[in-house]
Design a binder for this molecule. Structure first.
Ligand code: F6R
Length: 614
């Protein structure tokens, strides 16, 4: 989503804020802006641009502005098109207050009408601009920054991370947080404020995370943090993990490619963290051993790729742990009738730990006294703070918008968890548990070997051929069906090619009408002999209708190989881990098609990493 970055200190803010924005641009990138109290004029100055951040950089080079206090923003449009007028920062009527906002103000129309009736003039179509005018009114009435913020938040409904710079108070940055993350980077004689620590990683390794419904008045030396009632809070300063500072592409053409190649190591790190818990595993992840032993049902919650990981894990928990499991979409689950069940374990999956839909479900579950285990990649995330327990994937920063290593580490962690729960419930033996762990690591090796084995064929042959098609069908059965959903999502989001995933058995119930030479069908096989036989029949149905067939198959599946127009073969593995073994090659294939089509792979159109609005 949008990113906000602010700086106050002895240095000039422009370069620091722009660097922070560049690092967060993957989160939202359809327009951007910067404002500061200018060194020379002592006036609040700003520059904005529609389009990518590079356009703002050019504008600032042509007409520089700078000062020791500044804020910047990259936008992912919710209210109003991506235009210069709608780009942040927004201003009050006097142009002495500027602010950037991430989130959605739900009651902005009512507030806007009220403010317009009072004579306030709006220049944009955004919900965010009302905050500037409301703050103007509040500051005029209270003559105090603190009181003005308290008045402001009592009038706003929705989610917001806001950073304010005022011409009258160039010694101050104001940050406000409700349902949208905001953190403070504590330096020596300088402070950063941003929606993500990546913005200032490398500049300082000390960070404070603003709790929910708080605000901060930040000077270059100090951040005073208050709750919305104005009570001063004592906020700990934490040390930033150095892994989150390694953000270069390291010779790869795109972050996505780099992240595809980091998967083996990310899986190893994730498994190693899980193993380090030893006997105190349930204490370490914060879920009672009693709940683990008595759980009758598991519900997994997530969105997008995280939901796909959850759908794959349904099979782990049902077949290894023997617990009925359903993975639900957070955005749908919220609006269904909810039946509280105390012997249900809820697992909320989110790479970022900031996805609004997932967080809202967690809040709803918490309100009903349900136990939620968070599975996330970000230790400092809201999801971790708001869940009963948490398990951290060790993917490291994932900067490409399309999720790759976060997905594989989620699948690996869920597989490990299913096996560990099975051991706790004496469904499997110690020896079987050890074997599960070994097979998991072996599968990470297979994933990486697949990349090496297929990269030339994929880049030099397959991508060139398949980039000419305008629609694809993806098929799978059992755990390879959610995998097909993930493959279709990858193709759609990075290559802008229409793709539809279906459970292979459903083909004959309608979609078979779509089969022709112009729509390649990509079928993901399964090592289980029974499921394989069924998939083989589906493949025959496709060939009988002159369909073009791409197959991901396992060693020994020669009948399927013989039917395929293109076949990618994988070593036989434990059938639960089949999807993990194919993941790297599937992602590389989709990446290569997008590359051949000349797409902006790391920053696909209309998208943003970390969807912090509903
Ligand atoms: C797709 C993708 C998204 C995310 C989804 C949830 O490649 O990245 O579908 O998986 O927006 O995000 P998280 O996992 O951060 O909750």
């Amino acid at each position: 989503m949008c990113s906000v970055v602010g700086y106050i200190g002895q240095r000039q803010s422009c370069a620091l804020v722009m660097e922070g924005l560049a690092r967060l641009e993957y989160r939202g990138y359809d327009s951007s802006g910067f404002a500061c109290v200018d060194n020379e004029t002592r006036r609040l100055m700003s520059a904005k641009s529609a389009g990518r951040l590079s356009q703002l950089v050019t504008r600032l080079q042509e007409k520089p502005i700078d000062g020791t206090v500044g804020v910047g923003h990259t936008r992912w449009s919710t209210h109003g098109v991506a235009s210069e007028a709608n780009a942040h920062p927004h201003f009050d009527c006097t142009k002495k207050i500027s602010l950037v906002h991430n989130g959605i103000i739900e009651n902005y129309l009512t507030l806007k009408k009220e403010l317009e009736a009072e004579g306030h003039v709006f220049l944009s179509q955004t919900d965010s601009e009302v905050i500037a005018h409301l703050f103007e009114r509040a500051f005029e009435q209270t003559k105090s920054c603190k009181k003005a913020v308290m008045q402001l938040v009592s009038q706003l409904h929705g989610a917001y991370a806001v950073v304010i710079v005022m011409e009258e108070h160039p010694e101050l940055l104001i940050g406000i947080r409700k349902s949208s993350p905001l953190c403070i980077g504590v330096g020596d004689g300088e402070m950063f404020i941003a929606s993500d620590v990546l913005a200032f990683a490398g500049k300082t390794d000390r960070v404070s995370f603003l709790p929910e419904k708080t605000f901060t008045l930040v000077t270059k030396d100090k951040a005073a943090v208050y709750d919305f009632d104005g009570q001063l809070l004592d906020l700990p300063v934490e040390k930033l993990d150095s892994v989150w500072t390694a953000t270069e592409k390291q010779g790869h053409e795109h972050y996505m490619l780099k992240e595809i190649y980091e998967q083996k190591s990310a899986i190893y790190k994730t498994v190693s963290l899980c193993q380090s818990f030893g006997e105190s595993v349930w204490n370490s992840i914060g879920i009672s051993a009693d709940l683990i032993k008595n759980t009758k049902r598991i519900k997994i919650i997530g969105c997008g790729t995280s939901w796909h990981a959850g759908r794959i894990a349904e099979f782990f928990f049902e077949e290894i742990t023997r617990i009925p499991t359903t993975a639900v979409l957070a955005s749908e689950f919220r609006y269904r009738t909810f039946f509280p069940e105390l012997d249900t374990l809820y697992i909320a999956i989110s790479q970022s730990g900031e996805t609004a839909d997932t967080l809202e479900v967690v809040r709803m579950l918490n309100a009903h006294g349900q136990k939620v285990l968070a599975l996330t990649n970000v230790a400092s995330s809201t999801l971790v703070r708001e869940s009963e327990g948490f398990l951290l994937t060790q993917a490291g920063p994932e900067l490409a918008v399309a999720s790759t290593k976060a997905f594989t580490t989620q699948v690996a962690a869920l597989y490990w968890l299913a096996a560990r729960m099975a051991l706790e419930r004496t469904v499997i033996s110690d020896g079987q548990f050890k074997q599960c762990q070994e097979e998991l690591l072996m599968t990470a090796n297979i994933l990486e070997n697949g990349l090496d084995a297929y990269k030339y064929q994929i880049f030099e042959k397959l991508a060139l051929f398949y980039s000419n098609f305008s629609a694809f069908i993806f098929l799978g059965r059992h755990s390879t069906y959610p995998f097909a959903l993930e493959a279709a999502l990858k193709l759609k989001e990075i290559a802008y090619v229409f793709a539809q995933a279906y459970p292979a058995g459903e083909l004959k119930h309608g979609p078979i009408a779509l089969i022709d030479e112009k729509t390649p069908v990509c079928l993901f096989s399964h090592p289980d002999p029974l499921i394989y036989q069924k998939l083989l029949s589906n493949a025959q149905e496709i060939k009988a209708r002159k369909g073009h067939l791409i197959v991901f198959a396992f060693e020994g599946q020669t009948e399927l190989q013989a039917l395929a127009d293109t076949c990618l073969m994988f070593p036989a593995v434990n059938s639960h881990l089949a999807v993990l073994s194919m993941t790297g090659v599937m992602q590389l294939f989709m990446y290569a098609i997008a590359r051949a089509r000349g797409c902006d792979i790391d920053r696909p159109r209309n998208l943003a990493k970390s969807v912090t609005v509903e």
